[in-house]
Ligand binder design. Structure first.
Ligand SMILES: NC(=O)c1ccc[n+]([C@@H]2O[C@H](COP(=O)([O-])OP(=O)(O)OC[C@H]3O[C@@H](n4cnc5c(N)ncnc54)[C@H](OP(=O)(O)O)[C@@H]3O)[C@@H](O)[C@H]2O)c1
Length: 343
């Protein structure tokens, strides 16, 4: 029986759900891959850190955080140190990076990933910042180190997006991508169309746990910019950052514009777009008018969609309906299975 040691950076919503899923699937992983998948280190910002190279009691660690909001500082596994020191002390084979997104610079997540790859660890991340800002560099670093760098859950959670290209659509060239990639702005648009004001729509999005206390990253397009950037970098071999994305806030859509579009048989959706042009890949996030019968008009609430324009397989659209945290955790778990298959 082999052992695969994971360490986690970030133990918030995603980290905890991934832990629960791992506990549920540990036996299946053992039977299927003849591998004991254990967690030997966890670091975050305010919950404390844990290290035990022989394997943490993940069920107990999860229970501590869920009952007291932090790891027990009196635990023999309690660890004082930076996330980098945790990675070294944990002697893990894989970093599972699930820290908070910084859309403005992809840091410190990208630094954690660089450190892990340089130490010879594989990396799985839920964070789209590093791929939006430093994809090529991180990919090359992983290739030089002969290690896996996996990120399936960064766009549409566990919906196959990047695996679709590597495993199934191989041989195609993608000339364009469109999508509705941000649930909050899509939800707000729908409520505006139903006659609510901006403040009412944003409050409703917050009430169902969709929008952050500060919803501007979603509403002003930066979350969508990071996602379409990461997609263009990974799927279209672009070398762009969120600074290169033409972004227009969804706040530019008024009730009058929505009513006018409706009268003309159109709808307005908040579209992320990447297009191959003679001058390279051009990327935008802005409200666009579409015919009312367009498939995207049926994508509402927290649902999301993307379309790939390929040279051989044609135009392909995937809709993800009402995703939850389990789907995000599945994206990480799916990367773990990819890793186990490859190594
Ligand atoms: N939630 C989703 O549906 C979803 C879907 C796809 C991808 N993602 C991505 O998954 C990641 C985690 O999301 P989440 O919802 O779990 O967020 P979250 O609940 O806010 O948890 C973030 C975790 O990161 C830790 N952290 C924050 N800053 C850090 C730093 N500088 N160094 C080390 N750890 C740090 C936090 O520690 P403290 O708790 O101690 O502050 C917390 O444990 C994000 O990158 C997000 O974009 C989320």
């Amino acid at each position: 029986m082999k052992t695969l040691k994971l360490c986690f950076i970030g133990f918030g919503n995603v980290g905890q759900k991934v832990s629960a899923l791992l506990l549920e699937k540990q036996d299946w992983l053992r039977e299927t891959f003849d591998t004991d998948v254990i967690v030997t280190g966890i670091a975050g910002r305010s919950k404390g850190s844990l290290v035990d190279p022989a394997g943490l009691d993940l069920r107990e660690s999860l229970s501590q955080v869920q009952t007291t909001g932090r790891f027990d500082p009196a635990s023999p596994a309690a660890f004082e140190g930076t996330p980098e020191e945790m990675m070294a002390a944990s002697r893990a084979d894989v970093l599972v990076e699930m820290s908070t997104l910084s859309i403005r610079d992809g840091l410190p997540a990208a630094d954690y990933i660089r450190y892990a790859l340089r130490r010879g660890m594989h990396v799985i991340t839920a964070n789209k910042g590093p791929e939006a800002w430093y994809y090529k560099e991180l990919k090359e670093l992983a290739e030089q180190a002969g290690r896996q760098f996996l990120y399936e859950t960064i766009v549409l959670d566990g919906t196959p997006t990047f695996n679709l290209m590597t495993e199934t659509l191989h041989g195609n060239t993608i000339s364009g991508i469109t999508g509705i990639l941000n649930g909050t702005s899509n939800y707000v648009l729908k409520l505006l169309e139903e006659g609510k004001s901006y403040d009412e729509a944003i409050k409703a999005a917050q009430d169902i746990g969709l929008a952050e206390a500060d919803p501007s990253m979603d509403i002003d397009g930066w979350d969508g910019a990071a996602k379409i950037c990461a997609m263009a970098n990974i799927l279209m071999d672009a070398s762009i950052t969120p600074d290169d994305v033409e972004v227009e806030s969804v706040r530019s859509v008024t009730a009058e514009k929505l009513a006018d579009a409706k009268q003309r048989g159109m709808c307005i959706k908040y579209i992320c777009r990447a297009e191959q042009t003679e001058d390279g890949v051009k990327v935008s996030v802005k409200p666009e008018e579409l015919p009312r019968e367009h498939a995207y008009n049926s994508v509402n609430g927290t649902s999301a969609v993307f379309t790939l324009y390929t040279d051989l397989a044609g135009e392909l659209t995937i809709i993800q309906t009402d995703p939850g945290l389990l789907q995000t955790a599945y994206g990480i778990y799916s990367d773990l299975i990819t890793l186990l298959k490859r190594i």
